[in-house]
Design a protein around this ligand. Structure first.
Ligand code: ATP
Ligand code: DP6
Length: 422
């Protein structure tokens, strides 16, 4: 191993950017806790990394004394089983690497002795129910696979990312993605495949309502463990409901059939939360604000000929709303801002991401928000109540692409001289 001239000072590194994803047919329940094998297939849409993503730099150098990791600039321990499983699986598949320009040659067998530095940054709050673990583990696995010159394809990499966090396997692809549960005991066939890329159905708009919440929710990992142990509805769901829904959802996605897509997405989110409530003791992830958002969407959809918006909620109160197209997204944001005006006067920090949706909705300042009329579907009703401050902020985004390498060294999170965080 090493470099011409016997210097031990070289650092070789790779930086990658990976999106997060939101399930439209939910993964909830494992048949193997250590390998992270699910009890049913799931389907997700990948979110545009321009608005929500993880950036990870991985580096190797003979001067590193141990594996180290920094998450959002703070050093964290890599001793957890999930990190160890991913690192072991990748090292087992590492190949020869040569960087002629830098005069570095690493042989396959050297990787077991070399240590790694990893720095990662989420451009959104970590562990706030925005699936940071999904983007995080997908990015870690993707970046390490590039650094160590793995020959495995994206689906095989997804089976490694799965061992970091189940939902992470679906972040190895853009567009719509299916995680096939598999049947092998060793998990080799439990992996993600792409259904369609992000360009196939490109008029969808996604609005995330980040709901203010004080209490810390039950983690997905422990919540689904309790559900597997105690919920009979979960067994019925996995055996009888999800297999049919997966087929219907694949059909809806293939045909860009929004009506069917919206019905399936909403029904599956609601059933997942019903399973949580069917667990003992019951688990509540949604709060009053979540329920209000469901009511607003349902009322609007019922007043139109066909659904305009789909909603889905993961293991927390945040709403992910998927609008049919830009036009309906503008109507959606009008409704959301009517019911949930910002606490402060700063509209610019209240609606983030793709702000052009605000423009489309004719909302350029707080005056426009204050002037919003009640949505037509509420007419004949008593004046509707408003819930100022119950939503922390909105993120406007869309379906997006899968992981990419960032070639520009200035975007690396580690210093190319000493391999420490910049
Ligand atoms: N960029 C990252 N790189 C590696 N690991 C990460 C990264 N971001 C988050 N993680 C891991 O994921 C954990 C957070 O996962 P957790 O499931 O609690 O929250 P979440 O994914 O943000 O929300 P949820 O799963 O409820 O949607 C962190 O403690 C860390 O171990
Ligand atoms: C509700 C969900 O978001 C659950 C995600 O669970 P995680 O993937 O976070 O759980 P672990 O595999 O234990 O890490 C639904 C989904 O993403 O499919």
């Amino acid at each position: 191993m090493g470099m011409a001239g016997e210097s031990r000072n070289w650092v070789l590194m790779v930086t990658a950017q990976t999106p997060t994803n939101i399930a439209v047919i939910k993964y909830w329940g494992k048949r193997d806790e250590n390998l992270i094998l699910p009890i049913n297939d799931s389907i997700s849409v990948t979110l545009d990394p321009n608005h929500l993503c993880t950036t990870t730099t991985v580096a190797v150098s003979p001067s590193f004394k141990q594996d180290r990791m920094w998450l959002n600039r703070k050093e964290i321990s890599l001793s957890g089983g999930r990190y160890q499983n991913c690192l072991r699986e990748i090292r087992n598949r590492a190949c020869d690497v040569e960087d002629k320009k830098k005069g570095i040659k690493i042989l396959k067998e050297d990787w077991g002795k070399l240590h790694l530095h990893i720095a990662s940054y989420n451009n959104f709050p970590t562990a706030a129910g925005l699936a940071s673990s999904a983007a995080g583990f997908a990015c870690l696995v993707f970046a390490l696979a590039k650094l160590m010159n793995l020959k495995e394809d994206q689906s095989q990499l997804s089976a490694i990312a799965r061992q970091g966090s189940g939902s992470a396997c679906r972040s190895l692809y853009g567009g719509f993605v299916k995680w096939i549960m598999g049947k092998e005991e060793n998990g080799s066939d439990s992996l993600a495949v792409q259904l369609t890329d992000e360009k196939q159905w490109d008029d969808l708009v996604i609005v995330i309502a980040v709901v203010s919440s004080r209490q810390k929710e039950t983690s997905s990992t422990s919540g689904m463990r309790e559900s597997v142990k105690t919920s009979l509805l979960l067994q019925h769901r996995a055996k009888e409901i999800v297999p049919k829904r997966i087929l219907q959802m694949e059909e809806a996605i293939k045909n860009c059939d929004f009506t069917s897509f919206a019905q399936l997405t909403c029904a599956d989110s609601n059933q997942f939360h019903a399973v949580c409530m069917d667990s003992c003791p019951p688990i509540f992830y949604m709060n009053d604000t979540s329920h209000r958002i469901i009511n607003i969407a349902e009322k609007w959809n019922r007043s139109e000929e066909t659904p305009q918006v789909a909603y889905t909620f993961d293991a927390g109160p945040n709403a992910v709303l998927i609008a049919r197209n830009r036009q309906t997204a503008a109507l959606l944001i009008q409704r959301l801002l009517y019911y949930f005006p910002p606490n402060s006067d700063d509209l610019n920090s209240y609606v983030i991401g793709d702000k052009s949706i605000l423009q489309d909705a004719g909302l350029t300042g707080m005056k426009d928000v204050e002037g919003l009329p009640p949505p037509p579907e509420t007419k004949d009703n008593i004046p509707s109540q408003k819930y100022k401050g119950d939503v922390s902020h909105f993120i406007c985004t869309r379906p997006g692409r899968g992981p990419v390498l960032l070639a520009d060294e200035s975007l690396a999170l580690l210093d190319s001289e000493n391999g420490l965080p910049k």
